[in-house]
Each structure stands twice: as structure tokens, then as C-alpha cells.
Design a protein around this ligand. Sequence first.
Ligand code: C2E
Ligand code: MG
Ligand code: MG
Length: 583
Amino acid sequence: MKNSNDKAVHSSAIERILKNISARRRAPLALFFVILLVYLATSIFVSVIAASEATVTIAETRMNVSAFTGVFAALANICIIFMVVYYGKLGLATSLSLMLVQYPMIIVTSIKRQNISNLPGIFTNVLTLIAIIIIHYNNLKIDQYQDKLRSQAVTDRLTNLPNRFACTELVNDLVKQGEKFVVVSVDLNNFKSINDTMGHNIGNEVLVEIAERFKVAADTGLSGTFDFVSRFGGDEFSIIIRNYHSEEDVLNTVKYYESVIENRITIDSYDYFITASFGYAEFPNDGSTTDTIFSNADAAMYEVKRLNSGNHILRFTPDLLKIERTLELERKIRAALDNGTLYFNLQPQYDIDHRLRGFEALARMDDDDGNAINPGEFIPVAEKVGLIDKVDLSVFRNSAHFFGKLLRRTGADITLSVNISVRHLMKKGFLEEVENIIEKSGIPAEQLEIEITESVMIDSADKALKCINQLKNMGIKIAIDDFGTGYSSLSYLTKFPANLLKIDKSFIDKMNSSDSSKQYVAAIISIGHIMNFDVISEGVEEPEQLEALRGIGCDYIQGFVWGAPLTDVMAEELVVNSVPARV
Ligand code: C2E
Ligand code: MG
Ligand code: MG
């Protein structure tokens, strides 16, 4: 796979790429020739008009043409300065040659004409010469300083590897060129424990040693591909792999870097055995922008860490994004619960004559940027990772506390509905929690309703039923949420001690599109009434839906048509200004 030619190709690959990334952009060569031409033209013009007797009239003043010699000489000097400033050595050599050529010409002309009136011109030229030499050397110093700054900007101080900025610039370029490449995200395993137990100095030495090994691997081409390694900070490194033919080449390269890390590291006669997690993503298959390719490689690397198995290398797959998002949301839910930033909104429920029945408390959580995260996204995650009982409880407690005060203030005869997950419902101690909330908030049990989602409920029917009966005995109302989505059997419904059926929005959405859909909703309402349940329709958005629901005997309405979820302050205003329904 490797030969000496390969090595030549790879030799100091990192330096070359870095140079390209940090190179100062010179002015284009074509412009140099234009300036040179302007210089030659003005110089010739100067010598022609200097000897001319001709005159011109400007603003009624007659002047000798030769009076303009100084203007054109200055223009010529500007060309010279431009060359020296923007074209470095080429500019300096050209301007020196041009100026030095002029001296013999001026001296010969003066001797021939036996006229020393050109002498001041020679002095001007000498002064210009001194000026351009000063400018050139000053420029060199600035260049050196800028080179140093540029190299610092792309180099990691501790390890001297290229840094994150350099790597991102390279990836930007590769993405622009559309070249196929792989980003490997590398994170050392348990590096924190080395820092904690052996101190930061040893930790740094380990990082420097790994960086050195990576650099050798990339520069010598021993990995078999054309690689660029960089340190992103801490114990994070990144490898860009190019010039490979197959997935196998990529895997071999990553395995090579893995073996390079895993070779024993000896510092102060102590041996360290380091391992790392490698996640990789290929452009453009696994991500088509700089950001996505990096974050997808990271997602694969985090998955390696999460799995914590013997395999330390993983390629990105789209499934990982779901896992990533779940982990991210889990972190956010935990943080919101810890910081008390999980809050609630209250969506009004009305009877069919638009009198307020009460509110449903809905969990809310904001992202770092202040935008709300959809509960349809974070509630299922909370369910999955076992945080739903904490979320339910927080919303229940806080909304009940608010609602209790509201009832005391207004005396309104309205209901607070809270969503409780079946998993939470069946947890030991749930009934005590409810009793505790009722006691602390002061809400009469009859003005409290617990919503349980139909689909989840039937899966765990018998256990849940016991608990629901106990709630019912306490006087609390029970609502079957999202009714119609869970295929409840009629015999099951008769056993169920509910007060309210909540027809799922999906049925309400369809009801005005066909007669049969409307009849389906009508049938649900009839069944609900036969079973002695009240019926509320969820997600009612259109006045036409409202009219249709009124026509088929729906008892209550919840939906944007009469009210979206409100903040507690807005809900309070609504209660103060409305006539409650008899519930
Ligand atoms: P849900 O209990 O069926 O709540 C009704 C959902 O429909 C709410 O969405 C509400 O904002 C939305 N909605 C109401 N009227 C309309 C309408 O006219 N048009 C549309 N497009 N939507 C309407 P939200 O707040 O996103 O909540 C989604 C689900 O999350 C809830 O559905 C509920 O199952 C769950 N959830 C919310 N808060 C909690 C909580 O504290 N605990 C538990 N376990 N689940 C919760
Ligand atoms: Mg609900
Ligand atoms: Mg619902």
C-alpha cells in the first residue's frame, strides 16, 4: 500500500496545507505589468515634456507644458512605491533596475547638452531610491510579524498541531471543491482521570506525545492515505482523510491512528495506556456542509462513547441523529427540572355555548435561544428516559398552586385538567403525591381532572384501573385523552370510570372533509353519552367544525378556534372576564 513515492507525497503534508490556508494573498501579476506599463509611459512622457517649449492654456492662463513634469514624475514614483509595497522582492528588483538605469541616461544627456538643469531630477531619484529601500525593509518586518501571527492563528499552542480553525478552513475548501473526504472525530477515553490523578502537566505531556505520533503518521503517510490531523482542544483531535479508494482504506487509516494511540506511552518511567473513541463521516454522503460533516462525525464518536464497548470506531448513520437529539433533550429536560425552568401553559376548555369549563395544563420548556421546544418532541423523550413522572409532577404541582390561588381569588367554578402518564400513575406513592398537591393547593378534588392517554392506558389496563378507581373515589375527574387513537373495546370502556372523553384532533381535522368522517365523530359522541361520559373535542380550529360539533351534540370544545394555550397571567385575566359553564 505504501512506497517511497507515497512518502514524498506525504512529506510535511500538514505544513503544506497549513501554508496554503494561512498564505498571504498577493496582488495579481497582471496588475504588476499594468503598473510597469504606466510607469514606463509616464517616464517617457516626463522626458518628452521636460524638453518641450510648447504651451497650454488652462482657465485663461498660458502655461509651459514642461511645468507638468513634476506631476508625471510623482505619478511614476507612485508606480514604483506600489510595486515595492505589493510585489515584495519582484517589485523591489524591478524598481531598483528601472531607477538605476536612469542615472547613466541622465548623466549622458547632461554631458551631451552641456546643461546640468537635470541634476535636481537625479537627487529626487536618489531620494526615491532611499524611500523604497526603507519601505521594502519595513514591509519585510511587517510580513515576518504577520507570518508569525498567521501561523499562531492556525496552530495549537500545546502540541503545535494545526488547530480547529485550520481544520475548518481546510474542510471549507474541500467542500467548495466538492472533493470526497472523511472527517474523523477523535476523543480520548477517560483522559480526565489522568489529569485528575497525575496532574495537568502529565496530561499535557500525554497530549503532546499523541500529537507527535499523529503528526508522524500523517507526514510519513504510514496510514496509507493522505491525512491532515489537528487538535480541537482538550483531548479532542480531528483527522481529515483524503485520497482513499474504499471504505476499507478509511477503516484501515482510522485503525492505524487507533494503534498509534494505544501503543504504550511512557512518561517519567510511568506507563500509560490510552484508548480513544473514533467517529467518522464522509463528505458528501454523510453531510454536505462543513457544519453537518463535523457534527455528524461527532455524533458517531459520542455513540462510541455511549455504547462503551470494545469497538472504538463507528461511521455516522442518520439513526444517530435521533439518539443525539434524544440525549440532548434528556439533558435539557434534566436542566429545566433542576433549574425550575419547566413551566406550564393553560388552554381553555369551553362548553358549546362558549362558557368556560376550565383549563388543561400543558408542559412547556424553552431552548437556550428562548424558543419553545415542542412538547410533542420532549414529552415522548421524557417518557422514554424515565423523566415523565418528574415532568408531570412539576406541571401538576405548579399549575395546581396557581389554580388554587385563582379559585380563592375569583371563586370560579372551573376545572384544572392535568396530563399524567400511565407510567407515573402506576408508580408507588402517586396517590400520596396527589393528596399532597390537593392539600397544599387547596383545590377541591371535584375541580381537578386527570387526563390519561387512551393508547397507553389500554396496554397496562388492569394495573392502571385500580389506581384510577382510587382517584375517582377521591372525587377527582378522569378524562380519556386522544380518544379514538387507541382501539379501546366497548367492553373495556364500560369498565372504565371516566367522566370525559377527549376526541383526538385527527378526527376533528377530517370531520368536514367527508360525511362519513362527520358521522364517525357523531358516533363517538353518542357512545360517550351512552356510557355516561361527557365529550370534548380537541384541536377545533375552524368555525365550521364548531358548528358541525354543535349539531351532533358535542358537550365541550378545546381548540384554537376559541383559545390557544395561555400563560398563567393571561389565563387569570380570562377567568376574571368570563362566565363559567356548569361542569
Ligand atoms: P394533549 O394532552 O392531547 O394536548 C393537546 C395538544 O393539542 C396541545 O399540544 C395543544 O397545544 C394542542 N392543541 C390544542 N388546540 C389545538 C388546535 O386548535 N390546533 C392545534 N394544531 N393544536 C391544538 P401540546 O401542548 O404540544 O402538547 C402535546 C402533548 O404533550 C399533549 O397532548 C400531551 O399528551 C402531552 N403533554 C403536555 N404536557 C404534558 C404533561 O405535563 N404531562 C404529560 N404526561 N404529557 C403532557
Ligand atoms: Mg391532554
Ligand atoms: Mg389530546
